[in-house]
Design a protein around this ligand. Structure first.
Ligand code: GN1
Ligand code: MG
Length: 358
């Protein structure tokens, strides 16, 4: 492990460093928790340059939106838990660069919270929905065009299918034969999967500030109140359709197992959780949703599950070059859970999609 003491030392943090621990939960960045002798903690992260080629633009986006949200939550109880807060470097920037030119940032650590890999409680699902709606509501008056596009076509389904086809063509690590069933299922679903991309491109749904990674493990739930109090992992905040966020919420909040579960018998869509999330979400976002956005809510859950299936399978075919993996079939396992979830969403479609007309 790289010695990160000089990096921590370059942030404007007073006091004596007590310990540093690696946190392995993200698929993209490298994360450490630094504890100081007086008990204060900070999250120290290296932004993955292969994924984010313009990390300074990522930091500028984060700076802009955290300032905006902080003003909105200032008067609320536990205000410091409601938004990530960047720690400046000693030279007054929102980040520091190490000797290899890698960008690092520090956030104040938010304590007394729970994080879940998936849910099994409808009340928490409702709270998750509220958290996503609240995040969007805070940013509803932020001009989306002020944000840089830090990953081009991030949620563009056509682009993700083009990447899948390229990976199939290259078959770089000879894995194509082993995934014929997955590939053929996903190719058959391509047209339907375009729903969100098409709606955004045609202007049927508006461009808004979106988080783009609202998976369940990116929400901090307050230990005491159980409120979904803070949305973390702001790297991909950009302009988009808020359906990308409802989609990732429904994908990760309705599944009954972890994203990389190998026993597909455990992977289902829990219709009660799906419904509860949408109720909580509407309670906070109802005032600004357009009719078309509302009509596409359930579809957003399916499309976002699909885009993740395509992306995981693509990375599997490319030899695991994008996501952190811990074993050779990790990306394939992830792709398979997403396909299983899509299929179960379809089985339960009448039950879960009717509510979009409420
Ligand atoms: C990645 O950064 P992390 O691990 O929260 C990915 C998301 C996926 C997610 C799936 C920049 O998120 O798009 O939905 O994995 N982030 C990026 O777990 O590609
Ligand atoms: Mg992320």
């Amino acid at each position: 492990m790289q010695d990160i003491h000089p990096i921590i030392n370059s942030f404007a943090i007073e006091g004596e460093l007590f310990s540093v621990q690696a946190n392995k939960s993200g698929h993209i960045n490298s994360t450490y928790i630094a504890t100081f002798s007086d008990g204060r903690k900070y999250t120290i992260q290296r932004v993955n340059r292969a994924v984010f080629p313009r990390p300074k633009a990522v930091m500028q986006n984060i700076h802009l939106i955290t300032n905006h949200i902080q003003q909105k939550v200032d008067h609320l109880p536990d205000a410091t838990k409601r938004c990530l807060s960047l720690v400046p470097s000693k030279t007054g920037e929102h980040f520091t660069l190490d000797e290899d030119g890698e960008l690092w940032r520090a956030y104040c650590y938010i304590d007394e919270v729970d994080v879940f890999p998936f849910l099994d409680d409808a009340q928490l699902a409702y709270r998750f929905g509220e958290a996503v709606g609240t995040f969007q509501a805070y940013l509803a008056d932020f001009p989306a065009e002020q944000l840089s596009t830090t990953i081009e076509k991030f949620h563009h389904m056509g682009h993700r299918y083009a990447q899948l086809r390229e990976a199939m063509l290259n078959n770089r690590v000879n894995r194509l034969n082993a995934v014929e069933a997955e590939v053929s299922y996903l190719l058959g679903e391509e047209k339907r999967g375009m729903a969100l991309t098409n709606a955004l491109e045609s202007g049927e749904v508006p461009l808004r500030v979106t988080h783009n990674d609202t998976k369940i493990s990116n929400i901090l739930f307050d230990k005491k109140t159980k409120e979904g109090i803070c949305m973390i992992d702001l790297d991909t905040v950009m302009g988009g359709t808020i359906l990308f966020d409802t989609g990732d919420m429904l994908r990760t909040g309705s599944i009954t197992a972890s994203e990389d579960e190998q026993d597909l018998g455990k992977v289902h869509c829990d219709a009660a959780l799906f419904t509860a999330m949408l109720e909580g979400y509407r309670a906070k976002a109802g005032s600004f949703l357009t009719q078309t956005e509302t009509l596409l809510l359930a579809e957003s859950g399916r499309a976002t599950t699909q885009i993740m299936a395509v992306r995981f399978l693509t990375d599997y075919l490319n030899g695991d070059v994008y996501y952190h993996t811990e074993h050779p079939t990790h990306n394939l396992d992830r792709a398979r859970t997403q396909i299983a979830l899509m299929q179960d969403l379809d089985r339960k479609w009448d039950e879960i999609a009717h509510q979009e007309h409420l």
